[in-house]
Design a protein around this ligand. Structure first.
Ligand code: C5P
Length: 214
């Protein structure tokens, strides 16, 4: 296999964040981390030095560094620390857009009535990375959409100052599933890839990233 990422450092985020409601409950999503880990592993095989900031506990290849986090804030902290020295950042994680303003200490009791959970927005990590992107860094985002796929993804590419965005329709069984049907969008145009295994999406994406760095 190609070793075209030797000398390249890559940061990949994977999994869905969990935002605490109380001591035992969280707001979560269906992301499995599979796509993010697959991208990290393909990049590692091509010779990149890879760090995964992850909310999930998955087996991965020896030589890949895994930083475990749970919340969007923890992911932001870990990413802020590693991104400035990374040649490539791939934000595959499904980051919560909202979190409870304050987690309740202890477990909320059923007999205390129906709780009102007040939410506040989280920081858009990818937006923050785009706004502070070092010269030459390749920033890759994902856009999970259930409508107006191309328009929404193009908007995100521009707004978040990305080099590449992988857009997918998540109205089916993509989140947590083994396969993905994606559109690859760059400032130059959009390209539809046929439905394929997440490992194959990762391999094709790693090749594109290597091209973009070359
Ligand atoms: O705007 P939207 O959430 O649809 O954008 C998706 C992209 O933004 C993904 O790459 C996701 O990892 C990233 N994101 C983020 N921080 C958030 C929400 C999304 O980095 N709070």
């Amino acid at each position: 296999s190609a070793k075209d990422l030797v000398g390249t450092s890559m940061l990949v985020t994977a999994g869905g964040t969990r935002e605490p409601i109380d001591a035992v409950r969280v707001i979560a999503n269906r992301s499995s981390g599979k796509q993010g880990y697959a991208i990290a592993e393909q990049a590692h095989k091509r010779g990149a030095t890879v760090t995964i900031v992850s909310t999930v506990d998955r087996q991965t290849l020896a030589g890949i560094t895994v930083v475990s986090v749970e919340t969007a804030q923890q992911m932001l902290d870990a990413v802020s620390c590693h991104a400035p020295s990374s040649d490539v950042v791939v934000m595959t994680a499904a980051v919560a857009d909202f979190r409870p303003v304050q987690a309740v200490a202890g477990k909320i009791k059923k007999d205390e009535g129906i709780p009102q959970i007040i939410l506040e927005p989280t920081v858009d990590i990818l937006g923050f990375l785009g706004a502070s992107k070092p010269a030459g860094q390749i920033l890759v985002g994902f856009a999970a959409e259930t409508s107006k796929l191309v328009d929404n993804a193009r908007g995100k590419l521009k707004r978040k100052n990305l080099d590449l965005i992988v857009a997918n329709d998540v109205s089916g069984d993509v989140m947590g599933g083994a396969e993905n049907t994606v559109l690859l969008i760059t400032p130059k145009g959009a390209e539809a890839w046929p439905r394929m295994k997440k490992e194959e999406v990762a391999a094709k994406l790693a090749a594109r990233i290597a091209e973009a760095l070359a």
